[in-house]
Structure formats: structure tokens, C-alpha cells
Write a protein that binds this ligand. Sequence first.
Ligand code: EPU
Length: 417
Amino acid sequence: MDKLLIRGGVPLAGEVRVSGAKNAALPLLCAALLTDQPLRLANVPHLRDVTTMLGLLAQMGVEVNVDEQMCVELNGAHLRNPVAPYELVKTMRASILVLGPLVARHGQARVSLPGGCAIGQRPVDQHLKGLAALGADIQVEQGYITARARRLQGARIVADLVTVTGTENLMMAACLAEGTTVIENAAREPEVVNLAACLNAMGARIAGAGTDVITVEGVRELGGASHRIMPDRVETGTFLVAAAATGGTVALRDADPATLDAVIGKLREAGAEVGVDGATIRLAMRGRPQSVDVRTAPYPAFPTDMQAQLMALDAIATGAGVITETIFENRFMHAQELARLGADIDISGNTAIVRGVPRLQGASVMATDLRASASLVIAGLVAEGETLIDRIYHLDRGYEAIEEKLARLGARIRRVH
Ligand code: EPU
């Protein structure tokens, strides 16, 4: 199993390009199930989760072509097997995103029920409740969700809580429903907006994406389209925090700064100078950061997907920071690994108190989930001596060529087998 070996202590310096967003790419790939025309997606990130999703779509009968520039063309004209098997769903929960499109266009779907995962229970009750409101007949048996419908019917859906993939699943399904669907308490994440833009280019009639009320006027069918996947705001944020933690100076190209207000705000509070010039974000940090308090919440508040990285920053800051996680019930597993590097962190329920220490010391640590892994990389870049990070397959799910990009910024990092 691959590991990452980092020799810390080098301030990051230079320029890198931001990749396409994983969490936009995954629902966009599923949108191909809504049409028998080709869907062309540009700026698709080269990630394990994307490969898994392409494999899932291909075994259903979607034709997949990928060129060297990672432009992906999908054609769902000859779908034969509307099933997402346990073996694939268990490795990637986002597989649930095939459910809405399949039942909307094919009238049936069989999708393995995603289990809990390392960061929390993560039920899909809101996806199922919404599809039932659209008229689907839903059964859960032997670990599989079976959904059937002749044609979905538009409905008013009020989500009990803000769910990103839940909103995306229902928005995709509603595109082909008869009549108008209103999704209230919808997720406002930029990835939802990016998906709606692609669906509208395919002929859908969606209004309100980016607000908490999304209205979808159903149409008979959708056509093909060409769409560019938005920049990854979590990758961008991760590199910004890494630069701030190491006292570096970086420029990130092809970013979407407007999607990063909460993160950039916290970095400025920590003492970083952050400038925005079109699609480029520059960050410079002198000296140790000041600790910041963070509370995660749905967009546009501070994202849960950046919580672990910010904890690594607070770990070496002056003062103490209070970090509150409100989205997932078990997303502090990086804390005990950071402690192995010398961080001083107390956890009580969903709150972490991080007392900054002047320096961390390299050690062997274990990645437990994607963003936890990113926080260990950041801590390793700061720590004195060598840090060896095990189980980095988590990182490969969501960060494109992370060690190459960090090496380009001067980090002493390499993959060992
Ligand atoms: N929830 C329910 N019932 C549902 C759906 C969600 O109770 O039917 C709960 C979840 O358990 C959680 C909260 O609602 O406590 C929010 O979960 P949400 O559904 O928004 O999460 P998700 O859609 O499964 C996406 C991202 C995650 C990101 C979260 C929150 C994708 C593919 N995944 O997950 O990304 O953390 O939104 O912003 O878009 C990551 O990239 O590392 C990652 C985990």
C-alpha cells in the first residue's frame, strides 16, 4: 500500500493550477443518465472517485470516452442495467447520485443502500422521501433501494435538513417529471449551481439554484450538452491553508475565488495576506498564524470539507482556536493523528479546542478519510523531520496529483510503495 513521506519545514512557494471539482464532477457524470444524447464534460479531475463513477456508469451500459485532456464524453442511449451494486456503492457513497436520474428516465433503479462511513451515519432518507414525493414507489429490501415510477410528477419538497447530494439527486429527477417541482431548504453549494447550469444547457428548466428554493419545470426529454466542471474549491482551500501553515507564498491559477469567501476570511483572520486577481488567488504568510475559531455549516458558511485542514493550521498557531463541526457527527479523527505529531487538541462532543504549539515533530500517522488525510499532509509539511502517512488511498480519491503539485511548490514529498 502506498504511503507519503514528507520532510517538513519548507515554506511553499510558487504557482499551481487548481483541478476540476470532485464534488461537481460526480453528479455531472450522473447527469448523462438523463439523456440519450452525448454529454461532454471538460476539466474532469483525474481521481479515483471519478474512475469509480465512470466504471459504475459503464457497467450500466453508458458509453464512456476519455481523451488525454480529461474531456469525458458519455452516451447513455443504450442503458441496459439500471443497477448500482454493493461492491461499488460501498467504496463511494456518491453512487447514490444515479438513483434520481435512473428512476426519472428509465422508470426503475436498484441501488445498494450506502452504509455509514468513517465520518458519520450519513443516511439517505431525504433522497428517498423526495423521490417518493415525486411519485416513485420506493422499497428498501436486502440492502438495496428499489425505485419505480411510470413518469415522476412534480411536487413541493421541503427537505428536513440541508443535503448537497440529496438536492442534486432530486433536482436531476425533477427535470424529467411532469409539472413543476419546488425544492425548499435546498443546498446552496456552488456544485449545485454548476450542475443546474449543465442541466439547463441540456434543456432543463431550473431556476433558483444557489438559493434555498429551487424550482424545476419538468420537460419531456433532455438533450446533449458540453459543460466545463468548476474549479475545486476544497483543493484550492487545502493549498491555501498549506501555504499559510508553512509561512509560504503561493499563487493558485484557474480557481473560483467567489466560492471561497468563508475560507479566505478565516485565512486573513489568521494573518495571511490574500489577494484575488481574476481566477488567481495569491497568498503570503509571514510568521506564525494566529489561531482562529471555526464553525462548519452549509454553504456559504465555513465548509466541513475544510475543517480538518484548518485544525492543522490552528495546531501550530499562536493562541487557542475552537472548532465546531455541525455537519457530520464523527469528523474529528484527524485530531488524534495530529496529536502524534505533537498537536495539543481536546475534543468534547462536536467541539475541538486546539492550543497552538510552536512546532510539530514528524511521526508515522494514518489517514482515516479524505480531508483528514489532507490535514495530515499539511501538518507533515510544517513538522520537523520526517512524517510518514499511511493509507493515502483516501487522498487519491479526491486530490489530483497532490504530491506532484506540492513538490512543484518546493515541498519535500514523495510516494513510497
Ligand atoms: N443527511 C441526512 N439524510 C439525508 C442526507 C443527509 O440525515 O438523506 C445528513 C448527513 O448525514 C449529514 C448532513 O445531512 O449529517 C449533510 O450531508 P449531505 O447530504 O449534505 O452530504 P453529502 O451530500 O453526502 C456532500 C459532499 C461531501 C461534503 C458534504 C457536506 C459530495 C459527493 N460529497 O456529501 O464531501 O462533506 O456534502 O458539504 O458532494 C468530501 O469531499 O470529502 C466529502 C465528504
